[in-house]
Design a protein around this ligand. Sequence first.
Ligand code: GLN
Length: 188
Amino acid sequence: MRVGVIAVQGDFSKHIEALQRLDIPNLETSEVRTPGDLAQVDRVILPGGESTTVGILMQRFGLGDALIQAGRSGMPMWGTCMGMIMLAKEVEDRDQYSLGLLDITVKRNYFGAQVHSFEDEVVIQGIETPVTGVFIRAPIVTRMGSGVSVLCEYEGTVVGVRQGSIIGTSFHPELTEDTQLHRWFLTL
Ligand code: GLN
């Protein structure tokens, strides 16, 4: 199995480290920056970072269109924080580039600025033990289309969704030692 991590900007190296910690034989990881890189992998993770910057770069390198095609053809994808914003159809109050692979609207920076970052337990549908959610200028989901289901909520707001084999979480499991979500993603 070949897992790519979008490496345009953001904390992609943390996802690669988390995948390597799974210690699964035959699991290959690679950094994806171009459509050619994407063609070499079976599934992809979009990390945390800055969605406006990544949107501009994705369009410039043709990676956006390649991801849209791959997502529509059923490639499993997981976006964490900025990655979920990139996968969304709409960003509230902003006219910014996104891939539109998850039929959701997100609201950026819902929990406040960098100094308001926090960690708390999050219960995920289908995963036994709660995971530690690291929220850093995290978005929330404010609208979900009919094909989208809730993966997790935090204090009454949706912070994780699934549409087929595409998932989005507002928080960063790659910044914790807990690899449950990474392991689960590989089963999609
Ligand atoms: N606030 C960032 C954005 O809107 C996301 C932050 C993150 O990925 N931790 O793009």
